[in-house]
Design a protein around this ligand. Structure first.
Ligand code: BES
Ligand code: ZN
Length: 660
């Protein structure tokens, strides 16, 4: 099926126009950023995970002035908020807060009699909602456009992890890092905490001597008074506000890319991530220039609950990526790609999370293909697709497997399954295949340009796709095919089936191993091949098999966290307790959710002994985990315990019946 033969002239002029538009922006030097105004477009309120009345009154800038107080584990100071009245009949600014102590609110008028003077303001706080937190309502008079809130955070704020010196690698100084996505910016500062609202921000921070503070912003450095200054001149959603404070060192990779980390892992991190400049070049070649000035990475302590987090100008990364062989750097490609998909063009509600994560997974894979070849890209597609199938099989209801998530989504966490990531990615791969790579690349470049610094819905994307691509190639796809991807469940029939020759060989090796035959030379296998090998035993392995597997390939305590994890999952399934020591060590030293949620889940679901063992390990490990991970794993055990209890009761009833 070739689609462009019918209208070649229209198509090429369309592509040309986009190419020119993107070229003019190419002149921006990477280390410079300019102030960008968020476009004042009318917003329909479609995010239910915020108290903000952002369709009526919208904040535009946040200015933080905070003490980072390690003794009390609090951020303490003021948040000054600039806002705009969109609906002239609205007279209340509604903000999200969670576990904040509000001490006072002041207001500044620009145009009435008291112009230029801060005045005390009345405010109200709602009851606390477990998900949303507490609404801070500030009634204001006409002409007022600035409020200053004097506040402090809670030591148990979910968005902040405070590590004692003993919990760090260096053991001498404490550490703080934040995680605002999805709903935790409001545990750090009062804010309109919705991705639909974009704000610029600046910050002044005071930290104890000898600690370096960093934010997702231009690092303005330390002034004569010892205060640190930060500035984010481009409008971003609140979930991208980020802070890290610790005994942090820096190593440059090139003139605008570098790594921050604790000393123990600094050199290894710079080495592991040495190809980040190539990734940036590849990304920019495909989708237009990097628009954020510097791009730095920070390797956080092991309790960081994610693989990576795309905080602008400063991606936060887990140390489990430092494998020594650059085999896990697709996560860097991913977080960097968010500089286009997510940070530049943002989902306007968490129901549209695939616009962030699906686009980013697609871009990530294109960059991996560009730099390391098609085979690696195919292997990564294949591994991702298996994760997607598992998530779809485990979905609580079919609507949660739609790209456009249902209006009654209970929590934004439920939006971040492999559906958003991988179904989203495969949808874009499908579009690429139907429209052709050249046209689709140009389309996406135009998309990032067209919606730059805006927050959009799935429907905005579909309209843009229709206007810019589909009308010119009406036969490329049918609306039923499109609907199946966006508003339908599961994996559509039109999805690509990635085939990797390398994996076909691995399948043969696995079969040979199971049959006790000759496995062949595995010395050149990549991490991906080992993962495929481990993930695809169709039967639960016996203890003897697990023993032999470990003897043959040395998986126990493997230094590559992905391989170690895949091995422990097999070992747990086979109830193979010889891994207990290494598994406990893993659970005690790694806080990355992707691994530990599933390990605890598998242990808690296996049998009573395993559940008891896991409960004990968790009791020891829990204080070191991030609050986000603690909440999730508490839930894992709650559900597993309830299931076990129900099962025991059901069994008890049966026995009683039998006795009668
Ligand atoms: N933005 C996400 C992390 C996230 C999602 C934080 C939802 C909070 C709520 C980040 O870009 C991400 O997707 N990280 C992945 C890595 C990626 C290669 C799939 C991760 O952490 O595993
Ligand atoms: Zn992501």
């Amino acid at each position: 099926m070739r689609l462009f033969t019918s209208a070649p002239l229209i198509t090429s002029s369309f592509v040309l126009a986009l190419g020119l538009a993107a070229c003019s922006a190419d002149t921006t030097k990477p280390s410079e950023t300019t102030e960008v105004q968020a476009p004042v477009v009318k917003i329909v309120k479609d995010d239910k995970f915020t108290y903000a009345n952002y369709d009526k009154v919208r904040m535009t800038h946040l200015s933080l002035n905070l003490d980072v107080n390690f003794d009390e584990k609090i951020l303490d100071g003021t948040a000054t908020i600039d806002f705009k009245t969109i609906d002239p009949s609205a007279h209340t600014l509604k903000l999200d807060t969670k576990d904040l102590t509000i001490r006072s609110v002041q207001g500044l008028a620009s145009s009435d009699g008291s112009a230029g003077k801060w005045v005390a303001m009345d405010y109200t706080l709602s009851d606390k909602d477990e998900v949303l937190g507490t609404m801070l309502s500030i009634p204001f008079s006409k002409g007022m456009n600035k409020v200053r809130i004097d506040y402090r955070t809670s030591p148990t704020a979910e968005g902040l992890q405070w590590l004692s010196p003993e919990q760090t690698a260096g053991k001498k100084k404490p550490y703080l890092f934040s995680q605002a996505q999805a709903l935790n910016a409001r545990t750090m500062t009062p804010v309109q905490d919705t991705p639909a609202v974009r704000i610029t921000y600046d910050a002044t921070l005071r930290v104890p001597d000898g600690l370096l503070p960093l934010m997702s912003a231009e690092q303005g450095g330390k002034d004569a008074d010892g205060e640190y200054h930060f500035k984010m001149p481009q409008p971003i959603p609140s979930y991208l506000i980020a802070i890290a404070v610790g005994d942090i060192k820096f190593k440059a990779i090139n003139d605008h890319i570098g790594v921050y980390a604790e000393q123990y892992i600094l050199d290894a991190s710079a080495e592991e991530f040495a190809e980040t400049p190539l990734m940036e070049a590849s990304n920019a070649k495909l989708y237009g220039p990097y628009r954020w000035g510097r791009y730095d990475l920070i390797v956080l302590p092991p309790s960081f609950p994610f693989g990576g987090m795309e905080n602008p100008r400063l991606s936060f990364m887990t140390p489990t990526l430092i494998a020594g062989d650059k085999s896990l750097t697709n996560v860097v490609a991913h977080e960097l790609a968010h500089s286009w998909s997510g940070n530049l063009v943002t989902n306007s509600s968490w129901r549209d999370a695939w616009l962030n994560e699906g686009f980013t997974s697609y871009v990530e894979n294109r960059v991996m293909e560009d730099l390391y070849g098609e085979e690696r890209a195919l292997m990564e597609q294949y591994l991702s697709l298996e994760d997607l199938k598992r998530d779809i099989a485990g979905a609580a209801r079919p609507e949660l497997t739609h790209l456009k998530l249902p209006a009654d989504l209970a929590h934004p966490d439920d939006a971040f399954t492999q559906v958003a990531y991988v179904k989203g990615q495969f949808f874009l791969m499908f579009l690429e295949e139907r429209f052709g790579r050249t046209e689709f690349d140009a389309f996406l470049k135009g998309y990032f340009d067209h919606f730059a610094f805006q927050s959009i819905t799935t429907e905005d994307f579909i309209k843009y796709l229709h206007d810019e691509l589909h009308v010119k190639n009406p036969d490329a796809l049918t609306s039923d095919e499109l609907k199946a991807w966006v508003y339908g469940p599961g994996i559509p029939a039109t999805a690509k089936n990635p085939q990797s020759d390398a994996f076909t060989n691995v399948d043969a090796a696995r079969t040979a191993w199971i049959d006790g035959g000759v496995v062949g030379d595995t010395s050149a296998w990549s991490t991906h091949e080992w993962l495929h090998f481990l993930n695809n035993f169709s039967e639960t392995l016996s203890k003897e098999q697990l023993e032999k597997l470990d003897a043959d390939f040395n998986f126990n305590g493997h230094q590559n966290a992905e391989i170690a994890f895949a091995w422990y999952m097999q070992a747990i399934k086979g109830n193979y307790s010889k891994v207990d020591k290494e598994l406990e060590n893993f659970l005690m030293s790694v806080g990355r959710g992707k691994f530990i949620y599933r390990l605890y889940g598998a242990l808690a679901g296996l049998n009573e002994d395993a559940r008891t063992w896991a409960t004990d390990v968790y009791a020891k490990a829990r204080p070191g985990y991030h609050p986000i991970a603690q909440r999730r794993i508490d839930l894992v055990f709650l559900i597993a315990d309830a299931k076990a209890k129900a099962k025991a009761e059901a069994k008890g009833e049966v026995e009683v019946e039998v006795e009668k």
